[in-house]
Design a protein around this ligand. Structure first.
Ligand code: AR6
Length: 328
């Protein structure tokens, strides 16, 4: 997945480069900087001494020594002074310059901490939003996989209103799905399938083979390509918006019978801004359905019904509810 939010200690990330939220001396400090220097060993400090410091918003690269990655990119985030002192601009520069350096060194995978969101006091939610939007902007034109590594879950202070609405929606759907039922899962599934075929009740009679064969129509891959054309999108616009990498997209494109995972199928439905009905149709073609028996499906339904088609907003909310994320 081109951009992934993961909960981890960045010093454990096995990727080509990790980014350090350093200070202007580049001689180490607390927080993530301290952790990186401790894990890399003294040689990192020795190399850093030769760099002559780094200005806010800029980035410099070193080897990674004992860390399980190849490079450390050191960038200096802005100190938060209330938001009217070019903090956002400087934070954007940190991401942009770090990503450029990574690319110049042929890195394919890069992990960022939430720069400035600790000792430098940048509000975490804003720091995360800036990180996601700047990384996405870069990925529109470059093929890299970028991890945003968060240490503490409170980075995900997704809008309280959204959180409240999702929780309420899940509660309502759960009550509705679990009301007096023992086999909720199957009933919900059957009902959903019946509903999608335009019938009020679950279908009782099983299909004959001939009937089933006659019913094979457009595949997932074919529907995806058709929808991309209908929406006037380019392939790249679609897979980037879906947070899917080019290789996987090419596989789907070249194999009409490709069976994607459920999260991949939903990611495309979101990227194409499909209605709930169309999403269900697309999911069916991949062998899946949305039901009211699990939180993940209810949340997806909520977003689509409410026209929330930004995959990163959706993933932040899914993360908050400990659900799998959309994309590959
Ligand atoms: N892995 C991932 N994230 C971490 C880790 C870790 N091991 N440790 C902390 N974080 P901060 P800043 C998160 O303070 O705000 C240093 O002293 C942390 O929860 O490390 O840019 C430097 O030398 C927070 O969300 O960096 C500078 O003087 C984020 O990383 C100053 O702090 C950044 O917190 C830089 O401050």
């Amino acid at each position: 997945m081109p951009i992934q939010i993961v909960r981890n200690d960045i010093t454990k990330m096995k990727c080509d480069a990790i980014v350090n939220a350093a200070n202007r001396t580049l001689l180490g400090g607390g927080g993530v900087d301290g952790a990186i220097h401790r894990a890399a060993g003294r040689e990192l400090l020795e190399e850093c001494r030769k760099l002559g410091g780094c200005k806010t918003g800029e980035a410099k690269i070193t080897k990674a020594y004992r860390l399980p990655c190849k490079y450390v990119i050191h960038t200096v985030g802005p100190i938060w002074h209330g938001g009217h002192h070019h903090e956002e601009e400087q934070l954007i520069s940190c991401y942009r310059n770090s990503l450029r350096l990574a690319e110049q060194h042929h890195c394919e995978t890069v992990a960022f901490p939430l720069i400035s969101a600790g000792a430098y006091g940048y509000p975490k939610e804003q720091a995360l939003q800036t990180a996601v939007s700047e990384i996405c902007r870069f990925l529109m034109h470059h093929d890299l996989t970028v991890y945003i590594v968060v240490f503490d879950k409170d980075c995900f202070q997704i809008s309280k209103r959204l959180l409240h609405d999702i929780t309420e929606y899940i509660d309502e759907c759960y009550v509705e799905a679990h009301h007096g039922e023992n086999s909720v899962r199957m009933d919900a599934y059957l009902f959903e399938n019946a509903r999608m075929r335009g019938q009020g009740q679950p279908r009782q009679r099983s299909l004959s083979l001939a009937e089933a064969m006659a019913g094979i129509d457009e595949s997932f891959s074919q529907m995806l390509m058709r929808k991309i054309d209908e929406k006037g999108m380019t392939d790249a616009q679609c897979y980037k918006k879906a947070n899917i990498d080019r290789k996987l997209f090419s596989k789907i494109r070249s194999n009409p019978n490709y069976k994607p995972s459920k999260t991949t199928a939903i990611a495309f439905a979101v990227a194409l801004e499909l209605s709930l009905e169309e999403t269900n149709d697309m999911l069916m073609k991949a062998g899946f359905a949305l039901s009211h028996s699990n939180v993940f499906d209810i949340m997806i339904e909520y977003f689509i019904k409410n026209g929330v088609y930004d995959i990163f907003t959706i993933n932040e909310a899914l993360f908050e509810f400990d659900q799998v994320l959309l994309g590959q």
